[in-house]
Design a protein around this ligand. Sequence first.
Ligand code: PLP
Length: 282
Amino acid sequence: MIILQNGVFKEREEAYLDLDDRGCQFGDGVYEVVGVYEGAFFTLDEHLERLERSSREIRLVLPLSIEELKQSLSELAEKNGLENGSVYIQVTRGACARNHAFPDSSVRAEWLAYPMNPRKPSLEQLHGVGLKTSEDMRWLRCDIKSLNLLGNVMAKQEALENGCYEALLHRNGMITEGASTNFYVIKDGAVYTHPANNLILNGITRMKIKEICNNENIPFYEQPFQLGNLKEADEAFITSTTIEIVPVKLVDHQIIGSGVPGSLTRKLQELFKQEIQKEKSV
Ligand code: PLP
């Protein structure tokens, strides 16, 4: 595998990360995962815009322009012959003797990017999955796609150990999102999801779902909702770059709606596929 490190293409085995990299010591950095379909990036501009925003919010100066990054990522995908999968991009505040305070301006940010081939969850997309509720213990800037993911990691692991596919995070009963996904319920033909504020990551897939709903006149409400109201939901689903749209049939082993993926979730899956094709043809 060819990877990109600070603008240099290298074999995976040649990549080297400094012991004092702030990404390792403090999670002091930001990242993105961008999907690739049939050799083309999907929503690359949106992901790079979010990377820029995340960096700005943690006062990290990106070591290259978005245009340069875009060009490098295309070359990376090409060099790896990447057809379907994703590319991981990470930027940290660089390496220097361990100290919580920012390093001085002579320390440059470190960045890397490499392709990933995660398994497409085809069966889960078809049949739906179960979620495990978990108190959302993360910090109050979940809108930043930062490398600090311990709250997400702990919740995901607890979900897996309970036979579930994903965690459903909540703050005192108010649902926020999954450990690595956004969460939605459908009631009477309308889609509900948590508002894009500091308590969730505003997923690029979420933005696309919102756009699709607006175009199709499907009501899309950004409202906080309670775990206790889940029993009234007709359907539920989760989304992310890696899993696209996966129906939710169980939460804590309690059936959602009729217990099988619902018709509106299916329709959104279909429309999402069309969006991918549409972007390829532009
Ligand atoms: N929420 C969290 C906490 C995530 O980590 C992710 C993706 O990694 C998402 C939501 C979905 O974001 P996207 O659709 O941009 O992949």
